[in-house]
Design a protein around this ligand. Structure first.
Ligand code: PEP
Length: 251
């Protein structure tokens, strides 16, 4: 049985006070949510204060990105070690906005993933096709490439710290959600890719989150699908009550 993983990606929203206020409101709303793992991923400047506000709660702290070095002359970047120091246990890697706007390719994302895992961070590794790729029938090949190149070189032990977030790009921030059937079809395909590449035990253990316009009113039908193991939530995670409703739908 895979424990659902529900994470909020706050993107480049929220100043420190707002981030702290949001988790202060969120904590009591999910305090008795058992059988679900909860993560919030604020922007870098709000990580430490948010982590302090989360202390003793059942909500973990995650970052949205990292760079595959410890220290050095890498202006503007942040290392897994710094994220751990700020209180993070998780990071997102490979979000489609990083792939699209910052030209992060499969090889670089694989380097980041392996580095973050080696430093002890857990990773939500994002994959997903664009609308054009879906409409032209390239979706499966895209997912296969993102999995084979993105997860290359991972050991069986590494997978204890990896979740895959299937996020169809056409559903992110658009208000268009994949239907439960579309999500299940993609998740089943991705699990099959994991099985073929890494074996049955890993394929069965790795959680595959769905991301793309998840809201309180569609979370329950999505999580009911056997291969949907939680969510990566953008817009609806910015408000404590809507994120809590999604968490509670996943318990
Ligand atoms: C995301 O940013 O990962 C995401 C899924 O965003 P939204 O929920 O707003 O579509």
């Amino acid at each position: 049985m895979r424990t659902p993983l529900v994470a909020g990606n706050w993107k480049m929203y929220k100043l420190i006070a707002d981030a702290v206020d949001t988790v202060t409101a969120l904590k009591p709303l999910v305090a008795d949510a058992e059988g679900v793992e909860i993560v919030v991923c604020p922007t870098f400047t709000a990580l430490y204060a948010t982590g302090q506000a989360l202390a003793g709660s059942n909500i973990a702290l995650g970052a949205q990105n990292c760079y595959p070095k410890d220290f050095g002359a890498f202006t503007g970047e942040i290392s897994p070690q710094m994220l751990l120091d700020a209180g993070c246990t998780w990071t997102i890697i490979g979000h489609s906005e990083r792939r699209q706007y910052f030209k992060e390719d499969d090889a670089f994302l694989n380097e980041k993933l392996r580095y973050a895992l080696a430093q002890g961070l857990k990773v939500m590794f994002c994959i997903g096709e664009t609308l054009d790729e879906r409409q032209t029938g390239a979706m499966n090949a895209v997912l296969e490439r993102q999995i084979s190149k993105g997860l290359a070189g991972l050991s069986a032990a590494d997978f204890a710290g990896v979740a895959i977030a299937y996020e169809p790009v056409w559903a992110i921030g658009t208000g268009i959600t994949a239907t439960p059937e579309q999500a299940e079809e993609a998740h089943e395909f991705v699990r099959g890719l994991l099985r073929a590449r890494f074996g049955q035990a890993i394929a069965e253990a790795v959680r595959i989150q769905y991301g793309g316009s998840v809201k309180p009113d569609n979370a329950a039908e999505l999580i009911a699908k056997p291969n949907v193991d939680g969510f990566l939530v953008g817009g609806a995670s910015l408000k404590a009550d809507s994120f809590a409703a999604i968490v509670n739908a996943a318990r």
